[in-house]
Design a protein around this ligand. Structure first.
Ligand code: TRP
Length: 352
């Protein structure tokens, strides 16, 4: 454990699934032992593409669900601080100040922003969405994080954070660490339907909160080798979602090797392969279910974890903003005006 700080997080859009687990959560669970850990619930970022009143009404429920999922997956509340972005207005203040440290063409060159705009069916780029990486820089630098583990789609954003940190330090003096990008070297998980990505909107995911029965139903409906019309037809293992999931979640490698061999030889039925997969995923989810039940048994605990984390973070951020305003000389501008105003009040003008 160093005194280095790690910060990462998600937009509070819903429950976590197995794709999140292999893509980021497993990595966070590991890294929390190495770094002082912050996990942001980035609801202001959610607003860049989803800002209907009905979306906003779901923030608290989604945030609670996501934190519960994270705790169930092994994030320890003693090690990690969760915070709700919109409850810390100082992040907006940093965002405003950082906007002057980067250009529009620089942001326009980031492909993920265009993808997000088109995914949200926006014909034109919203101003806030163009500024998404700048707000992300505020999230990261507001606690002076040193390390930011994110997936590929966020690499360009963290690069912007690094540029903003360097630019700030250059203009106003050494204030921020230039945070390191850590790739979550873990893979993206295919969907249960064979689609390249597991995603909630595609409806091809197994949630960490799914029951054993839900897992069995979803696995039974999984996409496999479409050429395999009967159990005695040799099948393809490579790229087959059922075996990708076996490799990712089955704790019995000998069983997986045996199933693969028989699948390729045409001596095992899909039903057996899937039954064993459902059982393996349920073995994997069982300890997660137990921890979830333990946290749920204490009503209000998750809310308390979020609120305490947010308040702790806010105090920290207020100090950083104070330092930022001082480094920039902004604190001085208003103080000069105030001092003059106070002096004027003390000795009223004589000549009117
Ligand atoms: N951009 C991240 C996402 O894709 C969420 C996020 C917001 C984030 N602020 C962050 C991630 C700061 C890491 C660090 O959902």
């Amino acid at each position: 454990m160093t005194d280095q700080r790690m910060l990462t997080g998600d937009r509070p859009t819903g429950k976590l699934h197995l794709g999140h687990y292999v893509g980021s959560i497993a990595n966070r669970v590991k890294l929390q032992h190495q770094y002082e850990t912050w996990l942001i619930l980035a609801d202001l970022h959610m607003l860049t593409t989803k800002n209907a009143r009905s979306d906003i009404d779901e923030i608290s429920g989604n945030a609670r669900q996501m934190v519960l999922d994270s705790l169930a997956a092994g994030i320890e509340p003693e090690r990690a601080t969760f915070y709700l972005q919109s409850a810390i207005p100082e992040i907006g203040e940093l965002n405003t100040l950082f906007q002057n440290l980067i250009t529009v063409p620089r942001l326009e060159r980031i492909p993920s922003l265009k993808d997000m705009a088109s995914d949200a069916s926006k014909e034109e780029m919203p101003y806030g969405l163009l500024g998404y990486p700048v707000l992300q820089a505020a999230d990261i630098l507001c606690v002076k994080a040193n390390v930011v583990p994110v997936g590929k789609d966020n690499h360009a954003h963290v690069e912007v954070t690094r540029e903003i940190a360097r630019r700030f330090n250059h203009l106003y003096g050494e204030t921020f660490p230039v945070p390191e990008l850590v790739t979550s070297e873990v893979s993206t998980l295919v969907g249960t339907d064979g689609h390249a990505k597991a995603s909630k909107s595609l409806g091809n995911v197994i949630y960490l909160a799914d029951s054993a029965e839900e897992v069995r139903t979803k696995v039974a409906a999984m996409y496999t080798d479409p050429n395999r019309v009967r159990a005695d037809v040799p099948g393809t293992v490579e790229g087959n979602p059922v075996f990708i999931y076996h490799d990712a979640f089955n704790d019995d490698p000998a069983q997986v090797a045996d199933l693969k061999e028989r699948y390729q030889a045409g001596t095992v039925g899909d039903v057996e392969v899937k039954d064993k997969l459902a059982a393996a995923i349920n073995r994997f989810l069982d300890p997660i279910r137990e921890r979830r039940a333990a946290f749920e048994a204490q009503p209000g605990l998750v809310d308390q974890i979020i609120v305490e984390g947010t308040e702790r973070t806010r105090r920290e951020v207020q100090q950083v903003v104070f330092e930022v305003r001082k480094a920039m000389g902004l604190a001085g501008a208003y103080n000069q005006l105030r001092r003059k105003a106070e002096r004027a009040q003390k000795k009223p003008a004589t000549q009117t």
